[in-house]
Design a protein around this ligand. Structure first.
Ligand code: KG4
Ligand code: ZN
Length: 376
């Protein structure tokens, strides 16, 4: 079975082509065009610019994916594709619309079923595409499964007892963890994209101060990162000494907030922030893993590229919970990409087939709508 997937929820235009044979998934091609450089000037993603870029990139990215997958021409690809999967939401509506509309056109012209995918569901399944230390066969039963999803818009712990069924155990009460990385990076005057930059700075840091862990003693599995971000701001002001707090806060949270800090101070603040942000994620995962025996743990979303988080999960938690199989997404599938949509597209189609409901996917060329606030 050949599956083509499309992702345009934010600032990456991505197309992937995958083949599923005997329960094994092989990604034939995966092409992602990132807009990071374009948005860097503005210190964040500008929705209208993102939309224009998707418009410009979608066809060339599809064409490159076709070539990389070894299809001689568009006609051959059109003939071989069995299913089309597309991110329906959540995300930026001007960005989502482009991908959804493109997928609808292909579905109409090629007469192929079109399957809508939740972006966060995609992040859960990134670890199914290829994972260390081994590939997970689609036939394998990974349940009960616990997922920690950490991105720019979400921070959640999800419990799944079978494919495509999700229960949110906890989520952030304010900022998402990726958002907190990005905002703290702005406070420190680091260039966009903030998360990875801050993490790099943290590697050189050594700090003699510690921030407190948000909601440390809470019995719930919820998260909070907004207070931590403010604590970094105050510490930065204290260290810089020569700026009036009121003057700075007046400008907050503008990107031009320039707190005069030395490189060393920035490195130390980055480290202190990253330590606590990661610690707060580890704390909740540990709490969740104690509730029941999870057969599998998966990590997903942009922040899953974070080295410290990966290390603490694969070393610390994996040792503490030896019965659970800890899967981390490969680094090229941590951010937004279309490859992670392939397994979801496959499982959704299998489910619809069993239930005799595949017709809805054949009509999606006219019915499907993008949804910015789509919930898991
Ligand atoms: O999943 P994603 O690519 O887009 C959304 O769906 O939001 O996640 C992007 C987020 C950004 O906030 C970015 O700063 C963060 O992931 N991120 C990181 C790292 N790499 C990306 N945060 C911390 N450490 C990293 N290495
Ligand atoms: Zn994402």
């Amino acid at each position: 079975m050949l599956i083509l997937t499309i992702e345009t929820s934010c600032d990456e235009t991505s197309v992937a082509i995958g083949e599923i044979k005997n329960g094994k998934l092989k990604v034939l091609s995966h092409v992602t065009s990132s807009q990071i450089k374009l948005h860097a000037k503005w210190g964040g993603v500008v929705p209208d610019l993102a939309s224009r870029e998707h418009l410009k990139n979608l066809v060339p990215v599809l064409d490159l994916a076709r070539k990389e997958a070894g299809f001689k021409n568009p006609e051959e690809l059109a003939k071989k594709v069995d299913l089309i999967g597309v991110t329906q939401g959540p995300g930026l509506i001007p960005a989502l619309l482009l991908g959804v509309n493109f997928a609808k056109s292909l579905s109409y012209i090629w007469k192929k079923p079109l399957i809508p995918i939740n972006h966060m569901e995609g992040h859960i399944y990134a670890s199914f595409v290829e994972s260390s230390p081994r590939k997970l066969s689609l036939k394998e039963n990974p349940f009960p499964l616990l997922a920690l999803l950490v991105s720019g818009g979400h921070t959640m712990l999800v419990f799944s007892k079978k494919h495509l069924q999700y229960k949110i155990l906890g989520e952030t009460l304010d900022d998402a963890v990726g958002e907190a990385f990005d905002k703290v990076a702005r406070i420190l005057g680091l260039p966009y994209p903030g998360g990875p930059m801050l993490s790099k700075m943290a590697e050189q840091g050594s700090s003699d101060f510690q921030f407190s862990i948000p909601m440390k003693n809470s019995p719930t599995l919820n998260f909070s990162f907004s207070g931590l971000k403010t604590a970094v701001l105050y510490k930065a002001l204290e260290l810089s000494k020569n700026q009036k707090i009121a003057e700075i806060l007046d400008k907050s949270p503008k990107p031009d907030l320039k707190i005069p800090l030395t490189k060393k101070q920035k490195q130390n603040l980055s480290k202190a922030f990253e330590d606590v942000a990661v610690q707060s994620l580890i704390l909740r995962v540990r709490q969740a893993l104690k509730i029941r025996n999870f057969k599998t743990f998966v990590l997903g979303g942009g922040v899953s590229a974070n080295k410290l988080l990966r290390k603490r999960i694969s070393e610390e938690l994996a040792q503490e919970f030896p019965k659970t199989n800890f899967l981390l997404p490969p680094l090229d599938l941590t951010g937004d990409n279309a490859a992670m949509l392939i397994p979801v597209t496959y499982f959704k189609w299998q489910k619809a087939r069993k239930e005799g409901k595949t017709g809805k996917y054949l009509d999606n060329w006219k019915n499907l709508e993008a949804e910015a606030g789509l919930e898991l």
